[in-house]
Every structure is written in structure tokens, then in C-alpha cells.
Ligand binder design. Structure first.
Ligand SMILES: [Ca+2]
Ligand SMILES: [Ca+2]
Length: 205
């Protein structure tokens, strides 16, 4: 009987650990000039979009789940309302992905829109060859958005860059790729927790 309970406790603990390891809570904070048509996380549309999806001065934060150890793809379909991108009608995306730093970290606890290697841009439709995104300045120094807004966009790191592609004059699908991996410390924490749970079950028997 004792052995069965211990085995059951182990099983529950292992299942709990693998669930925690495979689903990684993260927060995506984004804004765009001018508006989001859609945001898709690993093929699933974030629907409905946040109330600030058509207001470039205010960001929305989405709670999302990322998958452990594999490439996660977040696509942003952004449209430049009013048509062509010009000096007086710019277009760009500003985004930040924060992974709960209790479990996972990448570049500290925050991924900003640079380095560019995290990003690819797909012009007009899926299946096009990704191109290198253009950066138009970061969220903490003078550029057209910073100047008109009178400061940085609240809720997004000052190091995040406004990015776009000139591959499409009116809209862009920008793709963020991220592969979360656990820190060695996280794995060290799992061991004692597992042993502790088994010990607890043992005492109750
Ligand atoms: Ca917005
Ligand atoms: Ca615009």
C-alpha cells in the first residue's frame, strides 16, 4: 500500500512538473501605428483584441502561453490606416514579451524588439520570404512617435525598437520567434520539490 501511494505521489509530481515545463505563462505588451488587424500566437488568434488596438499611444497587454523548448511564433498583422507609409504617415510596431521570471528568462526577464534576429517580417501574406526589419528608433529617445507622444509609450521597455518593413507600403505581418528554455536554477528547484512531496505523502501513510 505504501509503495503504491508513493508511486502515485511521484506520478502526480512528475505530471505537475511536466505541465509547468511545457506551458510557460508570458505577457505580450504591444502597440502599433496605426492598428492591429490580428495577433496570432502559435496559430491561435487573440480575439478580441485589446481596447487600444487602434490607438498607437496606448499599449495592450495580453496574457499568453508559450511552449517550452520549441519555437513559438507570434504574428502581428498591422495596417497603416490611411494608406501609404510616408514621412507624415509612418507605420511601426513596438512590442515587448515578458516571460514570468520565476521560471524562465531570456535577455534578463524581457525580450524587446531588438536584437533583430528575433524577428522576421512577412510581406502581405504568409509564405513570403522574410526580410530584415527596419528599426526606426527606440522607445526612449527622439523619433516621430516619441516626439508626438511627448515621451515613451507606457508599459514597454525603453530599449524596445519601433520596427517595420518597407516591403509593403500599407501593411505588414511581423513575426516574432522565441524558444523559451529553462534556467539551470529552475531545474535545481524541481528536484527538492519532488523529494519534498514524496516525503509528505510518506508521513501521512
Ligand atoms: Ca495600441
Ligand atoms: Ca500611420
Amino acid at each position: 500500500m505504501k509503495k503504491i501511494i508513493i508511486v502515485l505521489a511521484l506520478l502526480v509530481a512528475v505530471l505537475g512538473v511536466s505541465q509547468a515545463a511545457f506551458a510557460i505563462p508570458a505577457f505580450l505588451t504591444v502597440t502599433a501605428d496605426n492598428l492591429f488587424v490580428d495577433i496570432v500566437v502559435n496559430g491561435v488568434s487573440l480575439d478580441p483584441l485589446g481596447i487600444n488596438a487602434d490607438n498607437w499611444k496606448l499599449a495592450d497587454t495580453y496574457a499568453i502561453d508559450l511552449n517550452y523548448g520549441v519555437e513559438n511564433i507570434i504574428d502581428f498583422n498591422v495596417s497603416n490606416a490611411g494608406g501609404l507609409v510616408t514621412a507624415t504617415n509612418p507605420a511601426a510596431l513596438l512590442a515587448q514579451l515578458t516571460i514570468e521570471d520565476v521560471w524562465f528568462k531570456e535577455g534578463g526577464s524581457t525580450i524587446v524588439s531588438g536584437p533583430e534576429s528575433y524577428w522576421s517580417i512577412i510581406s502581405s501574406a504568409f509564405g513570403y520570404t522574410p526580410v530584415t526589419p527596419d528599426a526606426y528608433g527606440d522607445n526612449s529617445s527622439s523619433n516621430i512617435w516619441y516626439d508626438v507622444n511627448g515621451g515613451p509609450i507606457a508599459g514597454i521597455s525603453g530599449a524596445a525598437q519601433w520596427i517595420w518593413s518597407d516591403a509593403d507600403p500599407k501593411s505588414a505581418i511581423l513575426s516574432l520567434k522565441v524558444t523559451p528554455v529553462p534556467e539551470p536554477m529552475t531545474m535545481l528547484l524541481f528536484g527538492p520539490a519532488l523529494l519534498g512531496l514524496v516525503g509528505l505523502k510518506r508521513k501521512k501513510v
